[in-house]
Ligand binder design. Structure first.
Ligand code: ATP
Ligand code: MG
Length: 196
């Protein structure tokens, strides 16, 4: 392709993109869902928290599945004013007790609901919330109501596999992480700094 033809094409593309940017005028908080079986859902959520905090805005994190005790994101972000609430005693992949899991889930959700009412927060992360709905520890209606009634300027990120269809419909941005390959499949151990 000649240089002038290439330039013409690029200019047309630029005009189209500029027009779309110009047309996007709505300013409000959004609901983002990072789902799917591939790696990167929680990482993407924390990447967004870093952006928020980097701009001097306020973020808070609720984690619905107990992470590793030396959660790297928490070590970094808590001293930068990001409150964390991690489901401490209940649900991990190891527990089998529905009753204690439900209590732990509801206690964590109680904190999440308070954050979802706080107009000072620009971003709330609900990490691994999808499982709580999938296992019926948490009522879908309750989650939907809290999301719908949040302050208009607040953005929310939900992460986790098997996200309920209703939450996908409610979301403004949905990304599905698709595993093409994962190091674990060939026996490579999960690594501090990469996986937690
Ligand atoms: P990450 O926290 O690394 O962004 P994630 O949030 O997308 O991962 P989860 O389903 O929450 O994934 O799983 C958490 C842990 O499982 C992480 O240590 C991650 O590396 C690992 N993991 C994620 N996807 C896969 C996969 N497809 N196969 C094996 N392990 C995975
Ligand atoms: Mg995750």
């Amino acid at each position: 392709m000649s240089q002038s033809r290439h330039e013409e094409r690029q200019q047309r593309l630029k005009d189209k993109v500029d027009a779309r940017i110009e047309a996007a005028q709505i300013e409000r908080g959004i609901l983002l869902v990072f789902t799917g079986n591939g790696k990167g859902k929680t990482t993407a959520a924390f990447g967004t928290v870093c952006r928020t905090v980097g701009h001097g805005k306020k973020a808070a994190v609720v984690q619905f599945i107990k992470g590793s005790w030396d959660n790297g994101e928490r070590e970094l972000l808590e001293p930068h004013g990001v409150p964390f609430h991690v489901m401490a005693t209940g649900f991990t992949w190891d527990t089998q007790n529905r009753e204690t899991d439900t209590i732990a889930c509801l206690e964590t959700w109680y904190h999440a609901k308070q954050l979802l009412c706080d107009p000072k927060l620009d971003l709330v992360v609900l990490d691994e919330l999808t499982y709580m709905v999938a296992y019926h520890y948490l009522s879908l209606d309750d989650v939907v109501n809290a999301l719908k009634n949040r302050p208009e300027s607040m953005s929310v990120i939900i992460t986790g596999r098997a996200c309920h269809k209703t939450l996908l419909e409610l979301a403004d941005t949905v990304t599905e992480m698709r595993p093409i390959k994962h190091a674990f499949d060939v026996g490579i151990k999960a690594q501090k700094g990469i996986d937690w």
